[in-house]
Design a protein around this ligand. Sequence first.
Ligand code: FES
Length: 121
Amino acid sequence: MTEAWRKYRGAPADGTPLCSLDAIPDPGTHGVLVGRFPVLLARNGATLRAYVNACPHQYLPLDHRGPNVISADGRLLRCTNHDAAFRLEDGVGVEGLGLDCALDAIPVTVDAGGMVVIGAA
Ligand code: FES
């Protein structure tokens, strides 16, 4: 995982709480703002990922036009603006305007109280 997410203005510190794990649909996504820093949390079973919620096509939030970002099979994140698709697993663009680019991943863990926090385990 790269550290690109730390270069965004307002990138939060390790240990910053984002939301309860229960707040993220399974499968599904949940957008969170930490100050003005946008995070998209995505979950499918045991897989939990977080990305900067800025699509590399036009840097709009992936859920700008609605909450239905995750594909029916739970494997893709599809930008609601112009349909760029990225793998949930690693954020790599795999379809449309997502080709040749990727989402910026943010390391997250779930603490003992069920809170999703920024930072690797
Ligand atoms: S802003 Fe995401 S596909 Fe255009």
